[in-house]
Design a protein around this ligand. Sequence first.
Ligand SMILES: NC(=O)c1ccc[n+]([C@@H]2O[C@H](COP(=O)([O-])OP(=O)(O)OC[C@H]3O[C@@H](n4cnc5c(N)ncnc54)[C@H](O)[C@@H]3O)[C@@H](O)[C@H]2O)c1
Length: 268
Amino acid sequence: MGTVRCEFTKNLTSEETIYHSKISTIGTGSVGIACAISILLKGLSDELAFVDADEGKMKGETVDLQHGSSFIKMPYIVCSIDYHVTANSNLVIMTAVVHPGKGETCFDVVKRNVSIFKLMISNITWFSPQCKMIVVSNPVDILTYVSWKLMNIAGIPLKDLNSDIGTDKDPDDWENVHREVITCGCEMIKMKGYTNWAVCLSVADLTGNILKNLRRVHTVSTITKGLYEINEEVFVSVPCILGGNGIANHIKIKLTPEEESRTSFKVI
Ligand SMILES: NC(=O)c1ccc[n+]([C@@H]2O[C@H](COP(=O)([O-])OP(=O)(O)OC[C@H]3O[C@@H](n4cnc5c(N)ncnc54)[C@H](O)[C@@H]3O)[C@@H](O)[C@H]2O)c1
């Protein structure tokens, strides 16, 4: 008498599974798990791997997801504190972060996060030298600003309808939108302690563009040395063409002298 499996089916082909779009998420906190769910619900991955330093939490999240895997039609969800589990990923999403300990200054925490980041990068590239990476961990970039003259609805520039848009003279006070973009993250953190859904749904959108090589335009934070008179290696959110090779092109926006002056800053 053979195993139940042998009695139940007759095997015709190799059982070895070939995966086509493996995604790994480093960090299984509120952002890592929301990214995973957003990606799974879009059916973008056929293998998902998690790495986190907190083994108990990581295993708990993984088993919880595995229990629901029949509803998302993606059975292969694995985890480990060791990066070998990420081997041959097409895409790796970095969400790991450490928070300030008692008496730690902001600079202490930044230093610790930089060391973690370096370790993550070396491990990820060792096991998946060809992968693309999306970094969600903060600080993502040091500067976000709106370029009003390019804002349009159905191709009609809002600046043509209201030449004072975004200025002190604007009767509609559109500058308030700019202020809200800058402050809404902090407001949400005051309300729920963290933010995750909007950013992770956006990460899933970027993931689809990369895995399907859609070459769509997204505003993402990228190195901008040489653009807009920026002479240092700083990351700034600018519109980019995103495809299978990651960021393929910057879109060169024509800035007014006033907008360009906002890009001049000192790197400390
Ligand atoms: N870009 C955005 O718009 C945006 C939005 C929300 C959050 N974030 C950022 O995303 C990051 C994650 O946020 P979160 O709410 O998920 O935090 P979290 O504290 O819930 O999760 C972080 C996870 O990282 C893990 N971790 C810590 N050190 C690690 C290491 N060395 N190796 C592997 N895992 C490690 C922790 O165990 C934890 O599970 C933060 O930097 C946050 O500021 C960015």
